[in-house]
Design a protein around this ligand. Structure first.
Ligand code: FAD
Length: 315
């Protein structure tokens, strides 16, 4: 079977869940070959092997992480030229999409970004207009470079014993043009990362103010969940924009999504409608969010949320 190159998304050796999703997707269409850039592979190799990787190309040189995206592009371009993979998959994150675009130019290939599903022949599915319309597109030139949105596929383990190949890349002067001079490490909170969390509790305009978001946080903490917010809440400055869920925010697809005081506008749904189980707490029984939910509570969030938190904390 032809190889599909999957660029591993990791931060200092900690592999992001989206990588396991990409590997799962790649296995459906060929041999999943992971591409690792930077130090930290030894600590992550067992985890990668759990997801059916047939081979890992390891470029461990620490210098490669001293430059912005370009080394990853150069390495992938080199592997595309040497190995003729059937496709290259990257995560459709800010960095992943930049890599995909640059790689497409370097390899004179077509690129699909923000793909939410794939069909035979690498036909990519896109969800547009806030999820109202689904379109399909296919690369017709070169090696398909496909940037897949996090949380589009459920990661499925399939243990393997991958081959390893150390690879090196000679950086061009252009690649060395932008050097990383400082890394600001965001303090990691107690809660899971929003796009990776199994449970997300989000608050909306109904929460009524920044201070009241502690109700959302307390409910989230009782469940070990991440906190999200609607745009109405982030625009009002009640919660930081990095926690916004929706069309112009993050896409989440947890096992359980609890929308508290959120009406369910199409732009919000675009970021959460693929959640496995959706629960809403809203005082308006006509709120559109109730069209989407598995379980709905019609009631005042200021009464329902604390009771729920208390009940969960007892268990
Ligand atoms: P509202 O629509 O005002 O709903 C508040 C809800 O809280 C109501 O249903 C009300 O019944 C309920 N409520 C009030 N008080 C209580 C109470 N005490 N107890 C229980 N329930 C209560 N929105 C996003 O969320 N994410 C996006 O990424 C996003 N991107 C957008 C992009 C574009 C281009 C545009 C035009 C809009 C975008 N929006 C986005 C905004 C979106 O259209 C909605 O305005 C927004 O989602 C509304 O947020 P909300 O549900 O919190 O507020």
């Amino acid at each position: 079977m032809a190889e599909i190159l999957v660029l591993v998304d990791h931060v200092d050796g900690e592999v992001k869940k989206v990588t396991f999703e990409l590997l799962t997707l790649a296995r459906a269409y060929g041999d999943a070959a992971a591409v690792w850039v930077g130090p930290g592979y030894e600590g992550a190799k067992d985890k990668l092997a759990e997801y059916g990787v047939s081979k890992v190309y390891v470029a461990a040189d620490e210098e490669l992480t001293s430059y912005v995206v370009a080394p990853k592009v150069e390495l992938l371009a080199q592997l595309v030229a040497d190995r003729s993979p059937a496709a290259v998959f990257v995560a459709a994150t800010g960095e992943g999409k930049e890599i995909a675009g640059r790689l497409a130019v370097r390899t004179e290939s077509g690129v699909l970004t923000d793909v939410v599903g794939l069909a035979d022949g690498f036909v990519g599915e896109h969800s547009i207009f806030g999820g109202a319309i689904v379109t399909h597109a296919k690369v017709t030139k070169g090696t398909p470079i496909i940037a897949v949105r996090p949380n589009s596929t459920a990661p499925e383990a399939s243990p393997s014993t991958p081959e390893e190949e150390q690879v090196s890349v000679t950086l061009s002067d252009a690649a060395k043009g932008a050097r990383v001079v400082e890394k600001v490490v965001q303090e990691k909170g107690e809660r899971p990362e929003l796009t990776e969390a199994a449970i997300v509790v989000s608050g909306g305009r109904g929460v009524g103010g920044a201070d009241n978001f502690k109700l959302i946080e307390e409910l989230a903490d009782s469940l070990g969940a991440a906190v999200g917010a609607s745009r109405a809440a982030t625009d009002a400055g009640w919660y930081p924009h990095t926690f916004q869920v929706g069309q112009t925010g993050k896409t989440v697809s947890p096992q359980l999504y609890i929308a508290v005081g959120i009406s369910g506008a199409i732009q919000h749904r675009a970021g959460m409608q693929t959640s496995k189980t959706i629960v809403a707490i809203n005082k308006d029984s006509e709120a559109p969010i109730f069209e989407l939910v598995d379980f709905g509570v019609v009631g005042d969030l200021f009464q329902v949320a604390p009771q729920l938190t208390e009940e969960i904390n007892k268990r």
